[in-house]
Design a protein around this ligand. Structure first.
Ligand code: TYD
Length: 136
């Protein structure tokens, strides 16, 4: 459960003269079953989202329109992914701090999640995350 486990996953894409179609099957195209979908949109320029980690939740984050950055932190190191393709997603495993920033105008951030919403699964303090995070 560190940054090495978080990776860009290429998604299936069907392209023809009518345009592109991408599909995602839980447990097949991504390493978890999908229990929840949510999306961020109309994010004002300069605004930051996220700012939390999860104890159990797995997610796939996709820029279905526009672009934005996802900063991931496993307590040891930090990496920034710029997402801008609808045909790939960023897999985020449990116990990773994430911040989303740099949203382009009109961007849409689609998130597939392995569990239903549970506030108990959130760690919303970076200090608490660093203390609570299981040591490898
Ligand atoms: P929050 O976690 O702060 O959003 P982000 O991770 O994008 O910064 O969530 C904002 C509000 O929405 C908060 O009151 C919790 C609520 N919420 C749900 O009720 N269900 C959900 O699936 C999500 C992701 C958030």
């Amino acid at each position: 459960m560190n940054l090495d486990d978080c990776r860009i996953i290429p998604l299936p894409k069907r392209r023809d003269q009518r345009g592109n179609l991408t599909f995602i099957e839980g447990g097949h195209d991504i390493p978890f079953q999908i229990s929840r979908v949510y999306y961020l949109y109309d994010v004002p320029g300069g605004e930051t989202r996220g700012g939390h980690a999860h104890r159990e939740l797995q997610q796939l984050i996709i820029a279905v329109s526009g672009s934005f950055e996802v900063v991931l932190d496993d307590g040891q190191q930090r990496v920034t992914h710029r997402l801008w393709r609808a045909d790939q997603g960023l897999y985020v495993c449990p116990w990773i701090w994430r911040e989303l920033q740099g949203f382009s105008s009109g961007s849409v951030c689609l998130v597939l999640a392995s569990q239903h919403y549970s506030e108990q699964d959130y760690i919303r303090s970076l200090d608490a995350f660093r203390i609570e995070r299981p040591k490898a």
